[in-house]
Design a protein around this ligand. Structure first.
Ligand code: C2E
Ligand code: CA
Ligand code: CA
Length: 586
């Protein structure tokens, strides 16, 4: 067996031809061969590990013969034409099965793939010795070429994208498998280009019609084919999604190529017009990505593509860190859904808010805690931003509101006049019934409106959607106070303050924590407190960690303080102990 044999067998197996049903397209060629040569037997014979298997045959009854001393096997080994005028006169074939069964003449032409692997032979056989002319041999070679065309055509079926004529995703998957088996010195990459953001895809189709999108894909395919980087293979792998398997010396070179490609796609036109809503991005992943199986390579290239949407260049290289982040986010979403339904994972802690002047308790901020069954405590800063981007923001806030209002009800009944503040995400303001649900819950607990406050960030409050203002209006009319949380970190200027529908300003802890360190922050905080109070707001300072800071704030007349000094967020039991021991209830 020569070195080429394993690769040859692999190529044969890849074509999925062995043991398939006969087909008229092959039989037609075989009949033609038999007639043109005036011989009783003709076959398309494929050379498997140890047998000759006939994809098509005339004049023989069986489907296979042993490979040992079969003439077609020699054609597969040598990849050349073979003519044996008389088997009985050949020292090698004289005692072969073929000769024993009465065959005297053999002529075969190799069936060779584009990549140069000979799968077997197109052959004619006779029971009398015979010679062949050059013309007949050319004819046999032509028939072999026709067989190969047929084989490759059949193989291509289901591997070519009908819209663009480019190889499709299944072809690419096979090619990735092949390439990752024989990665050379030069790094190979997959470049994943996406024409349109998935979120705008729906509107694009609706506004412009499906024909427009198809035309867009076709012109992108033409453009990319015309400018195909050297040695790269191009595929159309999904609606508006193209991929290249390409080589480069290093990541930087590949990213430059990706950037060029994106520039090219930005010039995309359909018909006469400049393409609308097209925002091409390109994600790049190395084919040998830290031991990922080939099936994962496409996923991570697409994940790079999504990262590319988020940066200004529209091009990104796969990074395992970003990928891990996405996976973690995804897991958080899956698991938080369960946490909402199962008792015991979620709880609230209460961080006291006290009077800046007297230190007496005024209320507390309800802060969510998540104890994940395997990860342990997940910090809210990690999961809240993920949840807030999704539909889960609604049940999250509903859960917090229910628990906090119920707890406030308990304390109210015990005669403790506390104001509990609840954090609300921007997304919650678009819930049409948010305000009324809260008022309903409070009524059920017999709570006065002063018992609950809502904390919202500046950006959430400046949201000018009609739905959001409706909710805020209902709350304000009912007398529920709204706190501008993280004040100073948003993009609004101080001048905007008077337009925000709120009564309390909570200065972000980043300013408060720098009070002890720099004069500039002291000046800033002083100005914030002065101005907010002049405009009629109550001011809370959060993140107070040391007594000098508190003293400074007290001096400025800051209404309330909150921070680790006051103390840290506490469980219900500890909060009640703190109330009883540290300070008298007001
Ligand atoms: P936030 O609304 O700014 O909440 C205050 C955060 O500052 C809390 O972090 C609190 O523990 C922390 N903190 C309080 N005093 C100090 C201090 O003196 N020093 C320092 N370094 N930190 C202090 P936590 O509980 O980890 O919450 C983080 C963020 O997660 C919150 O920031 C809020 O944006 C969000 N979050 C927490 N609970 C909820 C909730 O129930 N709903 C919503 N939508 N978001 C929540
Ligand atoms: Ca808050
Ligand atoms: Ca805050």
């Amino acid at each position: 067996m020569n070195l080429y044999e394993p690769q040859r067998l692999h190529a044969l197996k890849q074509l999925n031809l062995l043991n398939t049903a006969p087909g008229e397209s092959f039989d037609r060629i075989t009949r033609m061969a038999s007639q043109l040569f005036g011989l009783p037997i003709a076959a398309v014979s494929l050379t498997d590990t140890d047998r000759q298997w006939f994809k098509s045959r005339v004049g023989v009854d069986h489907w296979e013969i042993p490979r040992f001393k079969a003439c077609c096997g020699e054609v597969a080994d040598t990849s050349g034409n073979l003519v044996i005028p008389d088997l009985l006169a050949s020292p090698y074939y004289r005692d072969s099965n073929l000769a024993q069964s009465g065959i005297r003449f053999y002529a075969g032409a190799p069936l060779t793939t584009r990549d140069g692997f000979t799968l077997g032979a197109m052959c004619v056989l006779g029971t009398e010795p015979r010679t062949v002319t050059d013309q007949e041999m050319t004819l046999l070679q032509d028939l072999a070429a026709m067989v190969m065309d047929q084989i490759e055509l059949q193989h291509a079926y289901g591997r070519i994208d009908a819209l663009t004529g480019l190889p499709n995703r299944s072809q690419m998957n096979d090619d990735i498998q092949d390439m990752s088996r024989q990665l050379g010195l030069r790094p190979a990459y997959i470049m994943f280009s996406e024409l349109v953001d998935v979120t705008s895809m729906g509107s694009l189709q609706r506004v412009m019609g499906p024909a427009y999108f198809e035309e867009l894909c076709r012109s992108a395919s033409r453009l990319l084919s015309e400018h195909n980087p050297e040695g790269a293979r191009l595929y159309h792998i999904g609606p508006g999604q193209f991929a290249h398997l390409a080589f480069a010396d290093n990541d930087t070179q590949m990213l430059l190529l990706a950037s060029t490609l994106r520039g090219l796609l930005q010039t995309l036109t359909t018909g006469e017009a400049v393409a609308v809503m097209v925002r091409p991005v390109v994600g790049v992943a190395p084919l040998a990505s830290e031991g990922y199986p080939a099936s994962d390579i496409v996923r991570i290239a697409h994940s790079a593509c999504l990262d590319a949407r988020l940066n200004e260049h529209g091009v990104a290289l796969y990074s395992s860190k970003l990928d891990a982040d996405h996976q973690r986010h995804f897991q958080i979403l899956l698991d938080f859904r369960i946490a909402l339904e199962q008792a015991g994972q979620l709880s609230l802690e209460y961080q006291p808010r006290v009077s800046g002047a007297s230190g007496l308790a005024i209320g507390a901020e309800a802060l969510i805690r998540w104890r994940h069954p395997t990860w342990g405590n997940v910090p809210p800063d990690e999961f809240i931003p993920v949840i807030e981007q999704t539909q889960l923001a609604k049940p999250l806030t509903a859960w917090v509101m229910r628990s906090a209002v119920a707890q406030a009800g308990v304390w109210h009944k015990q005669g403790k006049a506390l104001c509990i503040s609840i954090n609300i995400s921007a997304a919650n303001l678009s819930e049409f019934d948010l305000a009324n649900r809260l008022l309903q819950m409070m009524a059920e607990q017999g709570l006065p409106v002063s018992a609950i406050e809502l904390e919202l960030t500046e950006s959430a409050l400046i949201n000018d959607s009609a739905l959001a203002s409706k909710q805020l209006t209902i709350l304000m009319e009912a007398g529920i106070r709204v706190v501008i949380d993280d004040f100073g970190t948003g993009y609004s200027s101080l001048a905007y303050l008077q337009e925000i529908p709120a009564q309390v300003v909570k200065i972000d802890r980043s300013f408060i924590q720098r009070i002890a360190l720099e004069k500039r922050s002291r000046t800033l905080v002083k100005a914030m407190i002065g101005m907010a109070q002049d405009l009629g707001y109550e001011v809370v300072a959060e993140g107070v960690e040391d007594s000098q800071t508190w003293a400074f704030l007290k001096n400025l007349g800051c209404d309330q303080v909150q921070g680790y000094l006051v103390p840290r967020p506490l469980t219900v039991d500890h909060f009640e102990q703190w109330l009883d021991t540290e300070l008298p209830v007001k």
